[in-house]
Design a protein around this ligand. Structure first.
Ligand SMILES: O=C(CCC1CCCC1)NO
Ligand SMILES: [Zn+2]
Length: 370
């Protein structure tokens, strides 16, 4: 199994400042300065664990490049690109659009590298240079909508790669699975009317954005039925996620018969994440990856590419990221996750009746996938 792996030190230099995780430090409001939740640490520590564990030796290293204006405009408006470019010229940089997503001077160049990195990873998979790939990129992308950045995201990295690979390689049916704990609103919005792009988002109900990700959001026009949302209750662990795979993700992909599977891979559904309340451990991320590898083998010669999104506990997220990359590479003796016995022992992580009740509402929607 040849697995492509893309990372660059510049991703660690995307500067989100000291907005105390979300809000600007302000002593009058009692907000103390602290590095932003979306900082380099977690991504850098995933990379270092991939190296120190030795898994790096089983990977095919891919190099990012900067996405062009033309590629970015496959998804985004001219106004959004122009605004990011203008703010990137400011002495202290700017914000991607919602005041929660800062970047430093010249930050657009790192944003281009993230989007271009996912294009390169996807292209390497489609051209068969690797069987599958993981793009460990930053800033993330799945909240970025055509007209604005949002939720720490500057450009819609995965959506741009999907449109780019369709244009350069004629890939038709693309299935996007978003297992980041937050709703993949940007990807959904981009492909809202597109029946050739199936978007499936597994997220914690209304954790962010609070106004999207409902079961009733199904797409529009030709795209109706090709947006699927699974708003899982807070506290959902491996039981709920794997049941969602059994009852929704697998059957939806079987009906859709994709030519390529893309994943918005955030690890913030992990049991220790500061920005959510789910209960996953590395073993579930490994199992979900294995399920997608099987589906990709069945439908599209194993073509599977992943775009890094969220995940904010620098201690534990590296083990979740390593588990996914080990699964992609078919590592036979994976590194034991020393935290699994601790974080996997919590009560309530098996499938719960209220989670089954939620999935019961989503399953009938698959009938509209043809
Ligand atoms: O990880 C993220 C960012 C979520 C935050 C954006 C503002 C509050 C929560 N999205 O996937
Ligand atoms: Zn997230």
């Amino acid at each position: 199994m040849a697995t492509g792996y893309l990372y660059h030190e510049l991703f660690g230099w995307h500067d989100t400042g000291t907005n105390a995780g979300l809000l600007p430090a302000d002593h009058r409001a009692g907000i103390q300065p602290l590095q932003h939740f979306e900082n380099a640490e977690t991504k850098r520590r995933i990379h270092e664990l991939v190296v120190v564990s030795g898994v790096i030796d089983q990977l095919t290293r891919l190099e990012p490049r900067k996405a062009t204006d033309e590629e970015i405009l496959l998804v985004h408006t001219e106004e959004h690109l122009a605004r990011i470019a203008a703010e990137s010229e400011q002495p202290k940089g700017g914000d991607s659009g919602d005041g929660l997503s800062p970047f430093g001077p010249g930050g657009i160049e790192i944003g281009r590298l993230a989007a271009g990195g996912m294009i390169e990873a996807t292209t390497a998979v489609v051209e068969g240079r690797v069987d599958n790939a993981y793009a460990l990129i930053r800033p993330p992308g799945h909240h970025a909508e055509p007209a604005t950045g949002r939720g720490f995201c500057m450009f819609a990295n995965l959506a741009i790669a999907a449109r780019a690979i369709r244009r350069t390689h004629g890939v038709e049916r693309i299935a996007v699975i978003d297992w980041d704990v937050h709703h993949g609103n940007g990807t959904q919005k981009t492909f809202w009317e597109d029946r050739d792009t199936l978007t499936i988002s597994l997220h914690q109900d209304r954790v962010f954005p609070p106004d999207s990700g409902f079961i009733t959001e199904r797409g529009e026009g030709a795209g109706f039925g090709y947006a699927l949302n699974v708003p899982l209750p807070p506290g959902t662990g491996s039981g709920g996620y794997l049941s969602a795979f059994d009852r929704v993700v697998g059957p939806a992909i079987d009906r859709f018969r994709p030519d390529l599977i893309l994943v918005a891979s955030g690890f913030d559904a992990n049991a220790t994440d500061p920005l959510s309340r789910q209960g996953l451990t590395s073993s579930t991320y490994r199992t979900m990856t294995e399920r997608l590898l099987d589906l990709a083998a069945t439908h599209c010669d194993g073509r599977l590419a992943m775009s890094h999104e969220g995940g904010y506990n620098p201690v534990y997220v590296p083990f979740c990221g390593l588990a996914v990359i080990e699964a992609l590479a078919g590592v036979t003796e994976p590194l034991a996750d020393p935290y699994e016995p601790i974080f996997g022992a919590m009560a309530g992580l098996e499938l719960q009746p209220h989670q089954t009740a939620l999935l019961d509402q989503v399953v009938p929607l698959l009938d509209d996938i043809h």
